[in-house]
Design a protein around this ligand. Structure first.
Ligand SMILES: [Zn+2]
Length: 107
């Protein structure tokens, strides 16, 4: 194989800081190239480790997340969006449970 993904592109891919077209091109190359796969595996570990440390630092300062927020963040929803959705879902849930309570009271 003559073409390989440039190291700086692999770093950007591992950190998620890359445009979709370049990501597709890298993903098309990776299944057929052991060299690039092993490089991205090492980079991904470094990036993941750095992210975990950053999250630990942030979680020490930040207020506790609701269970809904935690799930949304784990599946990749940005923190500020997860916080908003978590709060919105909480409001909807309360409305449903209060409606049930009213119905139970009448019957
Ligand atoms: Zn390659």
């Amino acid at each position: 194989m003559s073409w390989h993904v440039q190291p700086e592109l692999l770093e950007q891919y591992a950190s998620g800081d890359i445009d979709q077209l370049q990501a597709y091109s890298i993903e098309a190359h990776l299944p057929s190239c052991e060299d690039c796969r092993s490089q991205i595996a090492m980079l991904a570990d470094d990036v993941r480790l750095a992210r975990v440390w950053a999250e630990i630092g942030a979680s020490i300062d930040a207020p506790a997340r609701s269970p809904v927020e935690t799930i949304l963040v784990r599946v990749g929803v940005p923190e500020h969006v997860a916080r908003l959705l978590g709060a919105t879902r909480g409001v909807g849930k309360n409305r449903v449970t209060s409606r049930k309570r009213r119905r139970r009271g009448r019957g």
